[in-house]
Every structure is written in structure tokens, then in C-alpha cells.
Design a binder for this molecule. Structure first.
Ligand SMILES: [Zn+2]
Length: 155
């Protein structure tokens, strides 16, 4: 079903759907709110390359029984908007043009998750991080569009 959605969304450019169980990303599904906004923003903040590598963001599927139609529908809905979907307490799906790019995408997300796990292991509050306006400047210089819904002000 992901392949079907991506063939339409990319005009056939995406040929790989990669699924794996990366430990740090799974760990975060026990800690972060299970929303596209929380995962995208937190993982963008962990490494400057992240908003450039996955500018459209990350979708999150709540825990569901895998292997059936319901979770496939939920995941493929997210794949209409994103190239990355996380399954709570299970793993990740990435979509891309070939295996190298798709593996690299998942590796980037998982490395970012590892950094966040390390930060959270040291402290709950970050002393400093990348700010919304700094993401906007990055987007201009790197020629990517970052949806404003991920650049919310934190309290
Ligand atoms: Zn799996």
C-alpha cells in the first residue's frame, strides 16, 4: 500500500520502502507525544542536516496490530505527506528513490533519535537548541520548504 501511494505521490520516482526496528527511534515512542509535530521538531533540532534530509517531516502511527489492513491504511495516509513514518513501539518506514538514499534517510533519523536519547539521558531541559527563525533561515539557504506547523513556539 505504501508503494501504491508513493508511485502516485512521486510520479514513480520512489521505488524503495524500507522497514526496520531502530532502537533509539523506538525508545522515543515511549517518551515523546505520538504526534507528527513532536517527532519532526525534536528530531530536526538534534542535527542541522535533519531538516534538509527530511524537510517534509515525520509521520507517527500510534500502536496498532501490525500485518493487517488498518495499520497499512494509517501508514499509507502518512506516506502521502512524508517519506518517514514511525510505528509506536515497533519501528520505522522510509521511502526513497533507491536503497542507498532510503537507508541513508532512516540512518539520519535514527542517529538524530540517538542524540535525543543521549540529551534526555543527561537532562530534561535543553540549555540551547535551534530556534524556529533559525530553521527558516536554513530553509532559505538550502532551498527546502519546512512546513510552518513544525516551527511552533515552545513554552
Ligand atoms: Zn517490523
Amino acid at each position: 500500500m505504501n508503494h501504491e501511494v508513493k508511485v502516485i505521490a512521486t510520479g514513480g520516482a520512489h521505488r524503495v520502502i524500507y522497514h526496520a526496528h531502530p532502537a533509539n527511534t523506538i525508545a522515543l515512542t515511549f517518551v515523546l507525544p505520538l504526534t507528527d509535530e513532536a517527532f519532526t521538531r525534536e528530531l530536526w533540532e538534534m542535527a542541522t542536516e535533519c531538516p534538509v534530509v527530511f524537510p517534509s517531516g515525520i509521520g507517527v502511527v500510534p500502536w496498532m496490530v501490525p500485518g493487517g489492513r488498518d495499520i497499512a491504511v494509517a501508514t499509507s495516509e502518512l506516506m502521502k505527506k512524508y517519506d518517514v513514518a514511525i510505528w509506536a513501539h515497533h519501528g520505522m518506514f522510509c521511502s526513497g528513490e533507491d536503497f542507498d538514499l532510503t537507508f541513508g534517510l532512516m540512518h539520519t533519523v535514527e542517529k538524530s533519535a540517538e542524540i535525543l536519547v543521549k540529551v534526555r539521558s543527561m537532562t530534561y531541559e535543553k540549555r540551547q537548541t535551534i530556534q524556529p527563525d533559525e530553521f527558516r533561515h536554513l530553509a532559505v539557504d538550502f532551498g527546502v520548504e519546512l512546513p510552518e506547523k513544525f516551527l511552533y513556539e515552545k513554552h
